[in-house]
Ligand binder design. Structure first.
Ligand code: SF4
Length: 129
């Protein structure tokens, strides 16, 4: 029987949490039911959820790549607003960081304007899940 040395024990991270969480993939409009493995607060694995009506236990390559998006160091984690009205190829949009409150206020204002102008201009798309 092999006995772990003190160095082995110290160098291996201790797993305090190892759970599978049923959820849905958000990488496209299909929103397949998936299971996510979380170890010590970090997503380490994804799998299809056979109990889910969407996906039925399957997951595509794009869905499997979700953790790479989640942990991308260049991922934008806050809203940005275009400040340059001029648009086009090679035109700097001059994005500036804004608060979530400003985003919600802006969206609500635009939806209200749309509703007052012609409610048919607002379209909401949801998925089967
Ligand atoms: S697993 Fe693939 S098909 Fe399903 S929601 Fe994710 S990206 Fe879309």
């Amino acid at each position: 029987m092999a006995v772990a040395s003190k160095t082995d024990v110290e160098s291996k991270p201790q797993v305090k949490e190892d759970i599978w969480i049923p959820t849905s993939c958000g990488q496209c409009y299909c929103m397949c039911g998936v299971k996510v493995r979380r170890q010590n607060g970090v997503i380490t694995e994804l799998a299809g959820n056979p109990d889910a009506p969407t996906g039925r236990g399957h997951i595509c390559a794009k869905g499997l790549a979700s953790p790479q998006l989640l942990y991308d160091p260049y991922r934008v984690n806050y809203p940005l607003k275009r400040t340059n009205p001029e648009k086009g190829l090679h035109v700097d949009p001059k994005f500036v960081r804004i608060s979530w409150e400003e985003v919600l206020d802006t969206i609500c204002k635009k939806l209200k304007e749309c509703q007052e102008r012609d409610p048919r201009g607002a379209f909401f798309k949801a998925t089967t899940t």
